[in-house]
Design a protein around this ligand. Structure first.
Ligand SMILES: NC(=O)C1=CN([C@@H]2O[C@H](COP(=O)(O)OP(=O)(O)OC[C@H]3O[C@@H](n4cnc5c(N)ncnc54)[C@H](OP(=O)(O)O)[C@@H]3O)[C@@H](O)[C@H]2O)C=CC1
Ligand SMILES: O=C1OC[C@@H](O)[C@H](O)[C@H]1O
Length: 376
């Protein structure tokens, strides 16, 4: 069982899938972190074959051979049944999330499921209902929400009011994918697996916009979005690119607007977003939208021609231990919640997942993009 009391929270994970994300997530959890607020053990791994599973463990554990190796199963049921597993991490393609979550919940396991939580809101509601009935912890793994970036941005925008009232927000997630070279059954191409830029990376641009325009309010507390305007560029049954505009009412009257774009066709700029306020702006930068590196606060307005430039700049950089990407932040939050018998996380509660899935359903409907799961 997960540890409680005065010692650090300790959770034992069962990981599903041996792809890219399982590799990154597991590597982060195994990396030494002397000041970590929680302990993580990878107790089990489920894969479609023992060969794949063992090869995964050999590769991922190579840098940290002192860490205990997991029990490897040639299916996912072994992970659900394993009494040494507290929480199941779902690292499979989008279309599998619903069933993986339902199976883990049925076995009484807590769940951290990769984004997007499911294909649509209806599927998400099914999982949420099952989790609430069973009384287990479930969270969508929107890891970026747990980066210290958002606390620091909240300080700037709300506590210090460094840029005045937020008026506009621009964000672009350009993730160039070699779609022509990928096999038809790639999770990035196959509509049956829930492929498409909106569900894969648009979810991040909408997450940033929701946090910043929605004043950090989640789920039922999130302010009404006055208008959603969108355009999806659909090729071979998936959106290769999309643009979404969200209008919110501004506290100072009028409206504030977020312009969000994501694409599989182009590698986006390192400075991927800009928040514009009445008294300054903030530029966000990093490896990618999902892995922010920090931000620059620019206090003051751009001078008119001929006027002196009185703007002041400050930089906030995110620090993290060598060799990690930042998945440990969400994992630590999960460990804290489970150890304190909470069934939802306050930063990413299930009502926020449902709200985001509904928003993406609406954008897909307006753009004419449906998946086989929408018809079921
Ligand atoms: N948070 C983040 O930054 C990221 C999140 N993701 C999310 O993680 C999830 C997985 O993505 P990613 O790791 O890139 O995907 P991969 O294709 O690299 O890996 C998916 C794994 O799922 C298992 N799987 C089970 N059924 C299938 C199937 N029908 N087709 C393909 N694989 C299958 C396979 O493992 P096995 O055969 O061993 O069972 C496979 O290795 C997605 O939800 C994605 O959105 C992805 C990248 C980054
Ligand atoms: O979540 C993600 O972030 C990084 C991307 O490369 C990946 O496709 C996506 O799933």
């Amino acid at each position: 069982m997960a540890g409680t009391g005065k010692s650090l929270p300790h959770v034992r994970w069962g990981v599903l899938g041996t792809g890219w994300i399982s590799t990154m997530f597991t590597t982060d959890l195994l990396a030494p972190r002397p000041d970590a607020p929680a302990r993580h053990t990878i107790a089990a791994l489920g894969s479609s074959s023992l060969e794949k599973g063992n090869a995964f463990v050999d590769k991922v554990w190579a840098k940290t051979p002192e860490q205990p190796r997991p029990q490897v199963y040639a299916d996912y049921q072994g992970v659900y049944n394993d009494p040494n597993v507290d929480v199941v991490y779902v690292g499979t393609p989008h279309s599998l999330h619903k069933q993986n979550c339902l199976d883990a919940i049925a076995a009484g396991k807590h769940v951290l499921c990769e984004k997007p939580f499911t294909i649509n809101e209806r599927e998400a509601q099914e999982v949420v209902d099952a989790a609430r009935r069973k009384g287990v912890f479930v969270m969508e793994a929107v890891w970026t929400r747990f980066f210290p970036l958002f606390k620091a941005l909240h300080q700037e925008i709300h506590a210090k009011k460094s840029i005045g009232d937020v008026q506009r927000f621009f964000i672009d997630f350009g993730n160039k994918m070699p779609l022509d070279e990928l096999p038809a059954n790639s999770r990035l191409k196959d509509p049956a697996l829930g492929a498409g830029a909106l569900l894969d990376i648009g979810v991040y641009t909408l997450t940033y916009a929701s946090i910043i325009m929605g004043d950090w309010k989640v789920g039922k507390e999130h302010p009404k979005i006055e208008r959603v305007t969108s355009s999806l560029d659909i090729v071979n049954g998936i959106d290769e690119a999309n643009v979404v505009v969200l209008d919110y009412a501004s506290a100072s009257g009028g409206k504030k607007t977020a312009v969000c774009s994501s694409t599989f066709r182009f590698r986006g700029a390192e400075e991927f977003a800009r928040i514009e306020g009445t008294a300054g702006s903030i530029v966000l930068f990093g490896l990618g939208v999902s892995v922010p590196g920090g931000f620059r606060v620019i206090e003051g307005s751009r001078p008119q021609m001929g006027d002196a430039d009185a703007r002041v700049e400050r930089v906030f950089n995110i620090e993290k231990p060598e060799g990690t990407l930042g998945f440990f932040w969400e994992a630590d939050a999960v460990a804290e919640d489970i150890s304190n018998d909470r069934t939802e996380n306050a930063t990413m509660p299930l009502d926020e997942t449902l709200r985001m899935m509904k928003l993406m359903d609406g954008i897909r409907r307006a753009g004419g993009l449906s998946y086989p799961q929408d018809e079921q």
